[in-house]
Write a protein that binds this ligand. Structure first.
Ligand SMILES: [Zn+2]
Length: 314
């Protein structure tokens, strides 16, 4: 038995955000770059309330601060406009305040607009919250935003989407529907990278979100958080931790994923933390590891962290 869950409305396509009719009575949540990038005029929307200070890798304190500022104001809808960090904050705020959610990704990789997951820092460490009430009411995926992403953001985002769909394909929670979505997503993303096609990036990332959102990411993601805790971005960490995980799991995607990391030309990563402590922390991430196709031991993790630290090139 399996269940498929996704947002009730997904609007996909070029210009979809600029043509959407937003409810005026909204709180728009975004990051400080939104104004300079002319996003407000692009989506053609003047909300009654704006919060534009969401930071990268946001913490639960940001959510609490927004709730404190706006909870007594009159609005029906939270509109999240930004990257994964902004969407994770917007959906959590809306969930806590029981408002309608409209999510518009401006970079493509997290798939946050179509998942029931919000990743927020708690006590300095990333934690992922999973709840059906975190689903958007409307997800608007406008590929025009993909064309203005800078190279570094694009690299980190697209490899995240590739890690998500390939890990999820192999996940114990996968089913024929998610496998179909995940392998289709990977084909599209691979083509987007090799042929430099930003529009396909938006499509691949959305389908990856629908696929992994209905199954789960696994070992590659579990391994990545100790690197992120030392300041390496999520996608950059996954470029190497997901290769290692695919190798361990003997995933059918190992070589194709490795090739994309090479094409995108990621810099090596390493971890400074004591490997014994890091592996304990990784091993405690049961949400990811229980869904991994193979069982993982503490020694396996230490070996992999050593390999990542010692590698010279991909
Ligand atoms: Zn991810």
């Amino acid at each position: 038995m399996f269940t498929i869950k996704q947002p009730p409305n997904i609007v996909y396509g070029k210009n979809s955000a600029s043509e959407y009719n937003f409810p005026k009575n909204s709180l728009l949540i975004t990051s400080s770059g939104a104004k300079n990038r002319n996003w407000f005029s692009y989506i053609n929307f003047e909300p009654s309330l704006i919060y534009d200070q969401v930071e990268p890798n946001p913490s639960i304190e940001t959510v609490n601060k927004i709730i404190e500022i706006f909870q007594k104001k009159d609005f029906t809808t939270v509109v999240g406009l930004g990257g994964g960090s902004v969407l994770d904050v917007a959906k959590y705020v809306a969930y806590k305040l029981k408002k309608q959610k409209i999510l518009i990704p401006t970079n493509f990789g997290s798939g946050s607009e179509v998942t029931r997951i919000s990743v927020l820092k708690v006590n300095g460490l990333k934690k992922s919250f999973h709840d059906d009430q975190l689903f958007a009411d409307v997800a608007i995926v406008d590929s025009n935003f993909a064309e203005i992403m800078n190279t570094e953001t694009l690299k980190n985002s697209v490899i995240d989407a590739c890690a998500q769909c390939t890990e999820a394909y192999d996940s114990k929670l996968s089913n024929p529907y998610t496998k179909f979505l995940c392998s289709t997503a990977f084909d599209i993303l691979e083509d987007a990278i090799l042929n430099k096609n930003p529009e396909k990036l938006a499509l691949g990332s959305m389908i990856s979100g629908l696929g992994f959102g209905n199954s789960s990411t696994t070992f590659g993601h579990a391994l990545s958080y100790v690197f992120s805790n030392e300041g390496i971005s999520h996608g950059h960490a996954l470029a190497f931790t997901t290769i290692a995980a695919h190798n361990f799991n003997k995933s059918q995607f190992y070589l194709r994923f490795k090739n994309l990391v090479k094409v995108l030309n990621f810099e090596k990563i390493s971890i400074n933390q004591n490997l014994d402590n890091a592996s304990e922390l990784i091993l405690s991430d049961r949400k990811h590891l229980d869904n991994n196709p193979l069982e993982v031991s503490k020694n396996d993790i230490i070996d992999i962290l050593k390999q990542i630290n010692n590698q010279n090139s991909v």
